[in-house]
Design a protein around this ligand. Sequence first.
Ligand SMILES: [Zn+2]
Length: 309
Amino acid sequence: MHKRYARQEKILDMEKLNNSHVLIAGCGGLGNIVSLYLCAAGVHTITLADFDKIDYTNLNRQIAFREKDIGKQKIDILKDILIERNSNCNIFLIYNDIDTIEDFSQYDLIIDCLDNSYSKIKLHSKCKQNNKTSIFGSVIRNYGQVCLLKNSCINCAIPDLITTSDSCELFGVYGPMVGIIGSYQCYIALKYLSGYDVEEKLINISDLDFYEILLEKCNHVENNIEEIEIEYETIINELNYQIFDIREYINEEEYLMNHVFNEKDLISSYNIYVLCDTGQESILKAIELNSKGYKAKSIKGGIKRIFNV
Ligand SMILES: [Zn+2]
């Protein structure tokens, strides 16, 4: 084993790290931190997944990137930076959305460094279906959350993810909080890969305060995004159903059969079909309703697809 790991080999299992393959989904602020630490610690293979290019607005928190990298593909730049730091590390690149990743079998751990709820839920649902452990991380303003998901699922662990708006553009993001959460994700990852028991708990950091919630084992494998979506055309022959419209602005011409606008009007014995503009928010709402005991699905493509607009 290389001398370079002399300061950590008493704490971490270098053989295990040297046999590990980690998928880092998203290479923005969290992905920068996570990939740098994992690479430095001697994780053998890292796959970086991101389709985005580097923008000036990234530089306050995506600390691996430099001014000269603006306009370049994030994962290309990150790969060069990682190899410069540890040439023993093997780096693979996926330029697509994480939606396109079907085979998870090669990964020992998946780290969620994504920045939107929809992709996050999709990623962790896929991990759950493939029986893979994942590490969730999320930052908005001066607030961050992190947890390992093995026996619990994202919907049980972070129910408020559904209602949390996640745009850094809207709410801003405090650079060091990205560093804190990314470092936490790495800390958990190295512990997990080294074979230590990692408690499943959600760590919340709000400004300078810190609180944690222990997560319980659940059996929510059914939150498979593909299974939760339904085509509008297949609904209309049913008898007992409600269309739950969660859109903010609704035209009268768009009223459908069995249209409902308030959650309190939902009938728990009926099939509930959630409708939004594009079919994204409705997925999150359907998952939330299912966790409350409803039989909910999301109408694929939303109102745009029904009316072809
Ligand atoms: Zn669950």
